[in-house]
Design a protein around this ligand. Structure first.
Ligand code: FAD
Length: 415
């Protein structure tokens, strides 16, 4: 029996568990997850109004439910157990820890209230445990820095009216904050040209279907090229302009140079292609410029990812997903990568007798660490889905304590 520990239960970790069991059917796989709940960015990244994308978690759920897979939720490697201990217990260990830290621009004023990284902002609207609402109110103008799909998600969430969130799992607190902002303008700003934008056309085009917002491109923008994205942007520029209360405008060739404000954000300054400073008013700025991995028990990433050779960091230590390649690609990209890594592990890892999950359970018990197993996760899932309807597809528990109570008993503790 080969015992493999996977750290992280996002798409990379879940796909890898599945693939490993296909190529080494006699293997046993344990997935350690620092949160009590699984699925990483499927739960806390993918937008709450894109429930069909989140459906892939049903596939992952079936993986976690398999007899030869163990789920250890609420176990953080580095806090509850050390990487070296896992290396002793398992034949192979895989980092599938993602890239959870927001990249910073490093420009002045970035710490002003009103400036927020997309990781923090997305965590908040997705109900990540104990995540905080933006520290500002009265937002009329928002600036979104970045030209990828996360920037589009953020623009769409800000722009939608409450009735457009029917069927999502957005919380009432988040809805309330969004509803109470007097938003008029959302500016999506890229440092390069429209033809370099990393949006996918489908996500971009969706902005043209919103009820209370209209996407616009200023006439001055040079929209050269014939990619689907550029064509959609041309459509935004040339289309009929209605009287929607919110304008989503696209700006290109602007490099951020400073966040300006006295005690809170008032404007974002950029330098244009001619070196001239352009100032855009904003009470909220969301930087969507990517993510980087964080160190784990002394294994440190370089340039945001863990150095590796085709997924191998060291003997019996591997990496997969965003921790391996950085924040790029879609959910299926992780599947292809997992297939390749599973085959590599099958070729390279032998079966020297190690205790695997039995040893981990013993260690955690000795330490008094209580973990959430698959049955515990199912109880949380059932509690979140109880009584939901057309209005809301899930009511997420948003505190670790509540999750642990429900995992243990199926019920929230009475207060
Ligand atoms: C805002 C946003 C929206 C997105 N929307 C889409 C979309 O609509 N469609 C699409 O195809 N892709 C989307 N993606 C991309 C997709 O989410 C990623 O490709 C995928 O999640 C990467 O998987 P991963 O497993 O490498 O990382 P993650 O999903 O981040 O999973 C990593 C897991 O590791 C856990 N972990 C970290 N450190 C530890 C530790 N020390 N101990 C234990 N556990 C740990 C984390 O809690 C997390 O659960 C989106 C990404 C973002 C950021």
């Amino acid at each position: 029996m080969r015992h493999v520990a996977i750290i992280g239960s996002g798409p990379a970790g879940c796909y890898l568990a599945d693939q490993l069991l296909r190529v080494v059917p006699q293997a046993s796989v344990d997935i350690l997850e620092k949160l009590p709940v699984p699925f990483g960015l499927i739960r806390y990244g993918v937008a709450p109004d894109h429930q069909s994308t989140k459906l892939v978690s049903r596939v992952f759920d079936r993986v976690l439910g398999r007899e030869t897979v163990g789920f250890f939720g609420n176990v953080e490697v580095g806090r509850d157990v050390r990487l070296a201990e896992l290396m002793d217990l398992y034949n192979a260990v895989v980092l599938a820890t993602g890239a959870e830290r927001d990249r910073r621009l490093g420009t002045s004023g970035e710490e002003l209230p009103g400036v927020i990284g997309s990781g923090a902002f997305v965590n908040w609207y997705n109900g990540y445990p104990d995540a905080q609402a933006p520290a500002v109110n009265g937002v009329r103008s928002a600036v979104i820095i970045g030209n990828g799909n996360v920037a589009i998600d953020v623009a769409r969430i800000l722009a939608k009216g409450p009735d457009e969130f029917a069927g999502s799992d957005l919380s009432t607190e988040v809805l309330h904050w969004l509803k109470s902002q007097p938003l008029e303008t959302i500016r999506v700003v890229g440092r390069r040209g429209a033809s370099d934008a990393k949006f996918t056309d489908h996500e971009l085009a969706e902005l043209g279907t919103l009820r209370r917002a209209q996407p616009l491109v200023s006439d001055a923008t040079n929209l050269t090229g014939d990619s689907a994205v550029v064509k959609t942007l041309r459509g935004f520029r040339d289309g009929t302009h209605h009287d929607q209360p919110i304008a989503i405008s696209f700006h290109f060739h602007l490099v951020p140079s400073a966040f300006v404000g006295d005690g809170r954000l008032c404007a974002v300054q950029f330098r244009n292609a001619d070196g001239v400073t352009v100032e855009l008013p904003a009470e909220l700025a969301v930087t969507c410029i990517g993510y980087e991995s964080v160190a784990i028990c002394g294994v440190a990433p370089a340039k945001g990812v863990f150095a590796n050779q085709d997924g191998r960091i060291d003997e019996r230590l591997y990496v997969v997903g965003w921790a391996k390649r950085g924040p790029s690609g879609t959910i299926p990209t992780n599947r292809v990568e997992a297939q390749q890594l599973a085959q590599k592990i099958a070729r390279e890892v032998g079966d020297d007798q190690r205790p695997g999950g039995d040893g981990l359970r013993r260690l955690l018990k000795e330490r008094g660490v209580s973990w959430v197993d698959y049955a515990g996760w199912r109880r949380i899932d059932a509690a979140e889905l109880a009584g939901v309807g057309a209005e809301r597809s899930r009511v997420k528990l948003d505190s670790i304590e509540e999750m642990l109570d429900v995992a243990a008993s199926g019920q929230l503790k009475a207060v």
